[in-house]
Design a protein around this ligand. Structure first.
Ligand SMILES: [Zn+2]
Length: 315
């Protein structure tokens, strides 16, 4: 009887451990609301590179990573450089992959956390809060970090990279891409998130992807998600958006799929680089839905047995 009891106890414990392991982490709209509302608050004064406000933003992201057990990739979370004599730093978190071979390959999930600081004054408000641009992208990467840290479901290693000085000409991502190239990082793909705070209207996809026909990324993400989460947007080509965000320095250094996902189509948000880009006009239900829709596809990309997301040979 005692023996039987032990077996029963072991079964119960294994069932519990198994259910904990496989239990999925769902990102709630309140969680993304909290992050974006803080990063885009007046206290942070528009997170201009080299300002006190961006220092607070960096500390906030570092503490979030620390609480999750996401480690610094370098000696500290900060990857420091200077912009016109001012200190600037990317924040880089690292989650080692759980597969002995695939962990040597890296997926980078990125977003810029700087913004332009102050803008043209409207009704006494001078702070360009940068909620959509790009606290929303930062919140996306941070909550994805929480997902992977909690589920420990990544076979490849992941770098969670929040860039500074994007608004000064992609300087932070350029600095980091060059550093990682020098150390011969085995980069599989780089997925960047920009302006995902309000939904697209009247499109048959969740977000568009820049540099659409350079790679099979959109096709694979749609296959992984089982629905059309990534689409083609003609204006992204026309305005050369592929070259205008932090994916581009990585593409230049590594020549692997490095692309940006975005839900801003120039008609659904009128506060781009203006003081009205505030947290209270973000759609956090959309954001939670966006993140929870993307996570399973990102996870499948991170865990694919081979590097099946590829450059298209003719591009
Ligand atoms: Zn931006």
């Amino acid at each position: 009887m005692k023996h039987f009891k032990n077996i029963f106890a072991i079964c119960l414990i294994s069932a519990f451990v198994f259910s904990c392991k496989t239990k999925d982490v769902v990102i709630a709209s309140q969680e993304i609301d909290d992050i974006v509302t803080y990063l885009a608050s007046d206290e942070l004064e528009g997170r201009d590179t080299g300002s006190e406000g961006i220092e607070k933003a960096a500390t906030y992201i570092e503490n979030y990573f620390k609480d999750l057990g996401v480690k610094p990739y370098f000696d500290t979370y900060r990857d420091s450089f200077t912009v016109k004599g001012k200190n600037a730093f990317n924040v880089v978190g690292y989650l080692e992959g759980n597969d002995p071979n695939l962990k040597n390959e890296f997926v980078i999930l990125g977003a810029h956390y700087d913004h332009i600081g102050f803008g043209e004054e409207v009704n006494g408000d001078k702070i360009a809060n940068g909620a959509n641009d790009n606290a929303a992208g930062v919140g996306t990467v941070m909550t994805m970090a929480r997902y992977f840290a909690k589920t420990k479901s990544n076979k490849r290693s992941i770098l969670f990279t929040l860039f500074s000085a994007e608004e000064k000409g992609l300087l932070g991502s350029k600095y980091l891409a060059e550093t990682l190239k020098k150390e011969n990082l085995n980069l599989y793909i780089m997925l960047n998130f920009e302006m995902v705070g309000v939904p697209l209207v009247g499109k048959d996809y969740t977000a568009y992807v820049t540099g659409f026909d350079k790679t099979n990324l959109a096709e694979k993400m749609n296959e992984y998600a089982g629905k059309k989460i990534a689409g083609f947007f003609a204006k992204a080509e026309e305005f050369r958006l592929f070259m205008r965000s932090d994916n581009y320095p990585f593409f230049k250094e590594f020549n692997v799929p490095c692309q940006t996902f975005c839900t801003f189509d120039f008609t659904n948000f009128e506060h781009y680089h203006k003081v009205g880009d505030e947290a209270d006009i973000m759609d956090f239900d959309h954001m939670a839905n966006f993140i929870n829709t993307y996570i399973p596809a990102v996870r499948k990309a991170v865990n694919a047995d081979t590097k099946e997301i590829k450059m298209n040979s003719s591009k």
